[in-house]
Design a protein around this ligand. Structure first.
Ligand code: HAM
Length: 419
């Protein structure tokens, strides 16, 4: 028996309504902010991600699905959307055509992480990016879009945390201070942190290894190393969020797992999903365009993990469920009525209603049970009697009320079904 790959999941018909609800909310809210949809390929040159996300990150270092195609090109299933979107924007000169580009994207991402609750190898993100603005207004707008989406979905058990990673100079000072701080602890630290000390000391702050805790506890804080302009930028972002009525807290240890960030970094976290506590996150990336060969263009964006949003909705008892799946279940009582039942179902569909017939040709009782199971609002019954009289019985499932109408009298049927 061939099974699904570990860390991948089938989305079954019983789950699909919740997905559709989230997807239409993303689309609606993003459109209301003036964002437009973009779709990029599932795989890209490996170099796009190693250059964009950063060689020293966990994603590039150990989580990418990378393979050689038949032409010996190294390709990678995208682990995130931002690098792909920036590539597409550069390649299609979108910022040259319009200095402020707002894009959203939804789709599958791939990371070879250890699967657990809320952590998959194929997962799905909703992603939004604002390209072209280096103003704090863009940061506030991106965060407002994310907050509006969460509100529209109905989630409440989360908190917005923000931090500033400052500009390049501030980060360089901080990096040096961190290295000096961690150096005396190096012998007792985890192998991961040892290898990060030189290459990416900020990531040590994120370490989940208990042996790193003493060193991390007293580590210097980035905000203390921000220069005046970075500090002013961060204050302005906070001022705008407050003006917009978006609650947040500053988490000075928030560093994020991708290397392209500067200035604002943020995460929506929950205490309800165990260790996979981030339902979404993002930040500003003013150097990414240049890193990928484009001209200097600032950007800010975020992504939600759709599976985590669904888990949290379930936790909060707010998972959308499908109430009605079918308008009319057309029951044929004998073989001769079956073509009429199928024809009536066709006519109903042509008039905009959903209609089902029983392809198993079961007994009347079994078809009634099936109408119940499919949450049909009405059943239409055609048997010998009805066939001979050219009539159909329409029964309202909720009340049991029954009326007889002409089989061809579609306007009478429409009237009844609209009630
Ligand atoms: P990220 O923090 O790596 O950011 O991922 C965003 C969200 O995707 C996470 O908060 C989480 O909800 C979800 N996620 C990540 N990995 C997994 C996984 N293995 N299983 C399930 N869900 C997962 C980014 O990807 C950036 N591209 C966000 C961004 C956009 N920054 C700027 N623009």
């Amino acid at each position: 028996m061939i099974q699904a790959i570990r860390g991948t999941k089938d989305t079954l018909p019983s789950d699909i309504h919740a997905w559709h609800t989230l997807e239409s909310t993303f689309r609606r809210v993003a459109t209301s902010f003036g964002f437009q949809e973009i779709r990029t390929p599932l795989f890209e040159s490996t170099e796009l991600f190693s250059r964009g996300i950063g060689e020293t990150t966990d994603i590039v270092g150990k989580e990418m699905y990378t393979f050689l195609d038949q032409g010996q090109n190294s390709l990678t299933l995208r682990p995130e959307a931002t690098a792909s979107i920036v590539r597409a924007v550069i390649e299609n000169t979108l910022v040259e055509k319009n200095p402020l580009v707002r894009l959203w994207y939804m789709g599958a991402m791939f990371r070879q992480e250890r699967p657990q609750k809320g952590r998959l190898r194929q997962f799905h993100q909703f992603d939004a990016e604002i390209l072209g603005s280096d103003k704090p207004e863009a940061d506030a707008e991106a965060i407002a879009l994310a907050a509006n989406i969460l509100r529209e979905i109905g989630l409440t058990a989360f908190e917005l945390q923000i931090n500033s990673l400052g500009n390049t100079e501030s980060r360089a000072h901080y990096r040096a201070a961190l290295q000096a701080h961690f150096a005396p602890f190096i012998d007792s630290m985890s192998d991961d942190s040892k290898s990060r000390l030189e290459r990416n000391p900020l990531r040590i702050l994120d370490s989940k290894h208990p042996e790193d805790a003493p060193a991390v506890k007293g580590a210097p804080i980035l905000i203390d190393y921000l220069d005046e302009s970075s500090r002013a930028y961060f204050e302005r972002v906070q001022h705008l969020l407050t003006a917009l009525g978006i609650p947040f807290s500053v988490n000075p240890r928030l560093v994020r797992g991708l290397d392209y960030y500067c200035h604002t970094a943020f995460e929506f976290v929950t205490t309800r999903l165990g260790s996979q506590n981030a339902i979404g996150g993002g930040g500003r990336y003013d150097g990414l365009f240049e890193q990928l060969g484009g001209k200097k263009t600032p950007g800010i964006g975020f992504a939600f993990g759709i599976e985590r949003l669904l888990l949290l909705l379930e936790e909060e008892g707010k998972l959308p469920t499908n109430e009605i799946s079918c308008d009319v279940y057309v029951i044929a009582l004998d073989d001769d009525s079956s073509p009429l039942a199928m024809k009536l179902a066709q006519t109903l569909r042509e008039h905009g209603f959903s209609a089902t017939t029983d392809a198993l040709r079961r007994s009347f009782k079994a078809q009634m049970r099936d109408a119940d199971r499919t949450k049909s609002r009405f059943v239409a019954i055609i048997g010998e009697q009805e066939r001979l009289n050219n009539k159909v019985i329409l029964k309202t499932m909720a009340t049991g009320e029954q009326v007889e109408i002409g089989l061809q009298d579609i306007s009478a049927l429409q009237e009844l079904l609209k009630k």
